[in-house]
Design a protein around this ligand. Structure first.
Ligand code: SDX
Length: 393
């Protein structure tokens, strides 16, 4: 009798939700965005087309696609005053701290009142946030390495434009190869939404109080940063490099991860919902192999990742707990091959997840029955206690 309210009594204040955006079947390894299988989207849709599916509920036709592309272009530059914030961050500031702070600052620079009340205003705000997270991420990298910021090109698709903004220098434009562009686009599509994960639930929690889109997404970025959530893609590379440096063999590392007292987890393994394979991990494993082949890169970490996976899947500890590779296990291999620096890996996850956060914010904001989330608790603290004057304590 903890007073938990079920879904039938309006939206539970337990943090559970009714949603029409993403469907997961953890037993069967099924993931669908608005009913469309992730396998089809990863191979055949652009990231922005996938974002429009998640945010507006269906795949865009040519006219809708052209209209949204224009909105992205018109909204990709930062307000001049936003640039001053970059100068305030220390050079070694983590890019996730910059991203969450700058998205939060958008409330001050980028929020004409109409944006959140009518459909056109929301379309523009959604385009603005999708475009600006990419601009902020690339600009934070350029500021970190002391290079001039590269402005977006208006002839490039989203993924290629991000790579241009990351790697172009005044004397030479970066041109992504088709294989690299496809791999990054697939990475972003596969990260675009995942129903009620920690960071998306955070966005919904903040949205339930009536907070605006930027405030809610900034909170989601901070939740994603945690090492058990979006930070795991960096943890996987650290783990693989640890093994590569010869500290332990793959099998020895897997054995340590079974020991609760070791403080070691198999990063990129396990999932609260998938009790079988994570469909995204399957796609990313093949994409990593194909990209390294196409780029003629022989990355020992890919071989080590395969050894770790084989050793874990052959071990009853992991099989009995239904622990399999998740989205983070192979994604870092792709980002490494593209040349994304390690401390930007979770930023790439955040850029990918932005459409999902926008879609969930809108679902909460639009629902007339939505109530402020107010989880209850089971109280385990002290019984009634008397107040005692300090001299007698
Ligand atoms: C993401 O929710 C989402 O959808 C998230 C995400 C998304 O798209 O938004 O999919 C993205 O966050 C993927 C997960 C990335 N994190 C990691 O790879 C970090 C390593 N994984 C674990 O920390 C863990 O598996 C979680 C956090 C992913 C899931 O944690 P759970 O569901 O709370 O599982 P648990 O901690 O209850 O573990 C159950 C058992 C425990 O052992 P016992 O107490 O039963 O003896 O499995 C063990 C755990 O010790 N276990 C692991 C393990 N994961 C679970 N043991 C070793 N290594 C691991 N990775």
């Amino acid at each position: 009798d903890t007073g938990l309210i079920t879904l039938d009594d309006g939206y539970a204040n337990t943090g559970s939700a009714k949603s029409a955006i993403t469907f997961i079947d953890g037993e069967k390894g099924i993931l669908r965005y608005r009913g469309v299988p992730i396998e089809d989207l990863a191979e055949r849709s652009s990231f922005i087309e996938t974002a429009e599916l998640l945010i507006f509920g269906e795949l865009p036709d040519e006219e809708e696609r052209a209209d949204f592309r224009s909105l992205l272009t018109e909204n990709s530059a930062l307000h001049r005053d936003m640039r001053k914030h970059f100068d305030g961050f220390p050079v070694n500031a983590h890019p996730m701290s910059i991203l969450s702070a700058m998205v939060n600052a958008l409330q001050a620079h980028d929020i004409p009142e109409h944006r959140f009340t009518d459909e056109n205003g929301f379309r523009e705000a959604a385009a603005s946030l999708l475009a600006k997270t990419r601009t902020i991420a690339a600009a934070s990298y350029k500021s970190h390495i002391g290079q001039p910021i590269a402005y977006p090109r208006y002839d490039l698709p989203y993924a290629e434009n991000f790579l241009h903004m990351m790697f172009s220098v005044p004397y030479r434009d970066y041109e992504a190869t088709p294989e690299v562009a496809h791999a990054l686009n697939m990475f972003l599509v596969l990260h675009a939404d995942h129903e009620q994960n920690c960071s998306t639930s955070t966005v919904r929690m903040v949205a339930s109080s009536g907070a605006n889109l930027y405030a809610s997404v900034s909170a989601g970025i901070n939740a994603l940063w945690g090492p058990l959530h979006g930070g795991a893609n960096m943890g996987v590379i650290d783990m693989l490099e640890h093994i590569h440096e010869g500290s332990w063999t793959a099998k020895q590392y897997v054995d340590r991860a079974k020991d609760k007292h070791s403080g070691v987890k198999l990063m990129g393994f396990g999932h609260r919902v998938y009790r079988n394979f994570d469909p995204r991990a399957r796609i990313l494993k093949e994409a990593a192999h194909n990209l390294l082949d196409a780029m003629h890169i022989d990355d020992p970490l890919l071989d080590i990742a395969r050894e770790v996976e084989q050793a874990a899947l052959a071990d009853d500890y992991f099989a009995s707990r239904q622990l399999y590779p998740n989205v983070d296990f192979y994604s870092g291999i792709i980002l490494r091959a593209i040349g994304i620096p390690l401390d930007m890996f979770t930023v790439l996850f955040a850029i990918g997840r932005t459409p999902g956060w926008i879609a969930h914010w809108k679902e909460v904001a639009d629902d007339p029955r939505q109530r402020i989330n107010r989880p209850r608790q089971v109280y385990v603290g002290p019984n009634l206690s008397q107040w005692v004057p300090r001299a007698e304590r």
